[in-house]
Design a protein around this ligand. Structure first.
Ligand code: 3HC
Ligand code: NAI
Length: 714
């Protein structure tokens, strides 16, 4: 709701009340409409201030209401009514003014903010556009070029930047409400025409069409297949070329299309998933709200290869001092040179308010004895990791948390060789570790709630989306990736080309198809893992069935031919030499595939894009259902957050489990059955999927409850 009070003198104060962010729910909108009427009618009131309770102006429309029917007064007429008030109205912005919150402020005649406030129109990230006049008022206030940037990216800006852009009239380090009250008193009675943004022309550069075309092609390229950024540019074109009323009509039309699109639903689901995963729980009953995290100020990283270096930077950026240990002299020397430069670059980019932590480099594991938490990032080799964990357990102070960045090895086995198994967890970062948002926090059967809470809290400090997952080979992300990669290789055997497979996946929205991705990360990574698992290597027969299952030796043969991807200039594609980035089809690969098929008596067939997508994606989704059934992930939101933040799953498709819901569980089941092969257990539909279909395919939001009920009954 919103409350109305008349301050001594002549100022009416309207305060939004809807914790935690004063979102514009039906009750709040009704409260504002009523309060504005009162201020208008009260002859003693000469000016008005709108603010939010608890130091937060407004977080925008209430996203939770989007799923239901529209109730209460609509936003657009409310905003028009505020702009039309004939007494000066100021927005006193503290905390946040986002989305509809900023649109409310743009309807006011003046905007005064606290210096720590954050402003923005992030609707595009929810699959929408600023649909309460924001797409038409903001460009009239700050010009088309700046508005295009803010609206198509949805980025948040500081009060200082907003002042510079002209969004704000004043910024203060003290109380923004007091200043706004004082300010509106001083301007009472002055003409307001020039303060009503809807009446102003939109400042545009002379080459407006070419600017709009340029931005349109940039957003199309950046957000493959996403509708909202394109609609934002269209709305801004209307602001630049049409009178306000017609621009508003265009905004309304575009908003209606977006609002009803599956993409908006997917992006709103992704918004809430990101918040759901923060509220983790363990099978033991320990939860985010009943477990205490330790505050870490000194940490160590062991192994300064690709991952270790990024992890050192991520920790130091939060102000933690880091002991960075590497045994190979050459690697240590290179890391001592490269890591400080990475840190400086990243600190500059993020404009850190506090200085980064101090990094000390060492070749001696003894030097970690004083730290509170260690992250191990040595080679993916169990015997080496066991050795390191044993050593750490004897060197570190009792109570030190020992974490591993393993991509999928058994956390419990590592815990077993330490003196305090409860203090061992996986902290699985993604490359590059200082950039990628995802952190899988892997708990073993003995991991203590305190260890999980500390790893999750540390992830949050580093700006990561932490997801707590159970301990199994590959955890969640890599376990699901395995059947996806397998299907991609089988498709090559059956007649597809790497480019065909990649194009289907890129068309779906992945930034990179599976083969381009393998070339980027290096084909030898998987090769080493398969050798360790006894699937390939000397003495292993070159058949298409291994360990009782269909197996494609194609990627092993690529490695044996020295084609490791970009690092060798050749992989599934060819590049302009080692380290090259531009992938070109390679006739060698086509001949290699033809020879392989001939050797194995395979006849190439034409494979549709639909089959490529179904085989790759449904195999991955099916494994997601197995993971839910095994309780390795607490709910579909956890899996979806992992895939969106760590594996390039297009955000506007919500995540693999959300996608399954959108496609229809019945269809997924039917297609899995259709493509199933007795040798490929990953395409055998998961029992949970079958049960959900038998139960009438409840929506994704109900799966957690369904799984928990099934677990109780079984
Ligand atoms: N509607 C409903 N609930 C919201 C909300 C909103 N606009 N914004 C935040 N919340 C909820 C969150 O879901 C969370 O709920 P929970 O405690 O039950 O999990 C709670 O508020 C706190 O949110 P955060 O955990 O995200 O808190 P932070 O302090 O980290 O961040 C924030 C606060 C920056 C405001 C962040 O929540 C945010 O970015 N919110 C979304 C803002 C937004 O996108 N607004 C545009 C809405 S669309 C719109 O306005 C359309 C209009 O143009 C017509
Ligand atoms: P890497 O090969 O680039 O680096 C490993 C480093 O560890 C090397 O510099 C090596 O000299 C060092 N090392 C080996 N033994 C050591 C010891 N006893 N003490 C100190 N340093 C030692 O490997 P990468 O890619 O960084 O992987 C490290 C770990 O991270 C592995 O467990 C891997 O599975 C995991 N991981 C890798 C990802 C990737 O994309 N590369 C992604 C996520 C996890």
């Amino acid at each position: 709701m919103a409350t109305y009070s008349r301050l001594p003198g002549s100022v009416a104060l309207i305060t939004l009340h809807n914790p935690p962010v004063n979102a514009l729910s039906a009750a709040v909108r009704q409260g504002i409409v009523d309060a504005v009427q009162r201020a208008l009618k009260d002859p003693k009131v000469t000016s008005v201030v709108i603010c939010g309770q608890n130091g937060k102006f407004c977080g925008g429309a209430d996203i939770r209401e989007f799923a239901g029917p529209m109730l209460g007064p609509p936003l657009v007429p409310m905003i028009h009514a505020i702009e039309a008030v004939d007494k000066p109205v100021a927005a006193a912005i503290e905390g946040v003014a986002l989305g509809g919150g900023l649109e409310l402020a743009l309807a006011c005649h003046y905007r005064i903010a606290h210096s720590k406030a954050v402003l923005g129109l992030p609707e595009v990230t929810l699959g929408l556009l600023p649909g309460a006049g924001g797409s038409q008022r903001l460009p009239r206030l700050i010009g088309l070029t700046a508005a295009l940037d803010l609206i198509t990216t949805g980025r948040h800006v500081s009060a200082a930047e907003a002042l510079k852009l002209g969004v704000l009239d004043q910024v203060t380090d003290s109380n923004a409400v007091d200043l706004a009250v004082e300010f509106v008193r001083s301007v009472a009675g002055q003409p307001l025409d020039s303060r009503r943004l809807s009446t102003l022309p939109c400042p545009c550069p002379p080459d407006v069409d070419s600017l709009l075309d340029k931005v349109m092609s940039k957003v199309r390229q950046r957000s493959r297949g996403a509708l909202a950024p394109v609609a934002c540019v269209r709305a801004l074109r209307a602001a630049a070329s049409l009178p306000y009323a017609q621009g508003m009509e265009k905004e309304r039309e575009l908003m209606a299309t977006l609002f009803n699109s599956g993409q908006a639903r997917a992006l709103q689901y992704a918004f809430f998933s990101q918040r759901v995963v923060g509220k983790w729980s363990l099978p033991s009953g320990a939860r985010w709200d009943n477990s205490t995290a330790r505050i870490i100020s000194k940490a160590a990283v062991i192994g300064l290869g690709t991952m270790g270096r990024g992890i050192v930077v991520a920790l130091a950026l939060t102000g933690i001092s880091v002991v960075a240990v590497e045994t190979q002299e050459k690697q240590l020397a290179e890391a001592s040179r490269v890591v400080p430069a990475m840190l400086q670059r990243e600190a500059g980019r993020r404009r850190l308010a506090t200085p980064p932590g101090v990094i000390s480099f060492s070749s001696n594991l003894q030097d970690v004895s004083e730290v509170e938490l260690v992250i191990e990032a040595v080679f993916e080799d169990m015997s080496l990791k066991l050795q390191v964990f044993k050593h750490l357990s004897s060197v570190c102070r009792p109570g030190t948390l020992l974490c591993s960045n393993t991509s999928g090895l058994d956390i419990d086995q590592l815990a077993a060789v330490t003196q305090s198994p409860g203090l061992v967890v996986g902290m699985h970062f993604f490359a590059p570790a200082h950039v990628m948002k995802l952190l899988e926090v892997v708990y073993g059967p003995r991991s203590s709630p305190e260890a999980v809470a500390t790893a999750m809290q540390l992830g949050k400090r580093m700006g990561k989306v932490g997801v707590a997952v159970g301990n199994c080979p590959g955890f969640v992300g890599n376990r699901m990736l395995k059947p996806y990669l397998e299907q991609a290789n089988f498709l090559l055997e059956e007649g597809a080309t790497p480019r065909q497979v990649d194009e289907a996946l890129e068309e779906f929205g992945f930034p990179m198809g599976v083969f381009r991705m393998s070339d980027l990360s290096g084909l030898d990574v998987g090769w080493r893992i398969r050798k360790e698992a006894g699937l390939t290597g000397p003495g292993v027969e070159s058949t298409r069935t291994r360990q009782g299952r269909r197996y494609s030796p194609l990627p092993d043969q690529m490695c044996e031919a020295g084609r490791l991807g970009q690092k060798t200039g050749k992989g599934w594609y060819q590049y302009d030499g080692p380290g090259g980035r531009v992938a070109r089809s390679d006739p060698w690969v086509h001949i290699f595939l033809e020879t392989y098929r001939a050797e194995h008596g395979l006849v190439a067939r034409s494979i549709t894009l639909e089959e490529i997508l179904e085989r790759c994606l449904y195999a991955l989704i099916n494994e997601g259902f197995n993971i839910l059934q095994d309780a390795v992930a607490a709910g579909p939101e956890d899996i979806d957050a992992i895939y969106v933040f760590g594996y390039g799953w297009p955000r506007h498709r919500g995540g693999p489990m959300f996608h399954a819901d959108q496609v229809g569980l019945g269809r997924i089941l039917q297609r899995l059955n259709q493509h199933s092969h007795p040798d490929v257990p990953h395409l055998k539909p998961s029992t949970l999927l079958r049960r959900l279909v038998a139960a009438g395919s409840p929506p994704v939001q109900k799966w957690r409850e369904f799984i928990n009920k099934e677990r109780v009954h079984s």
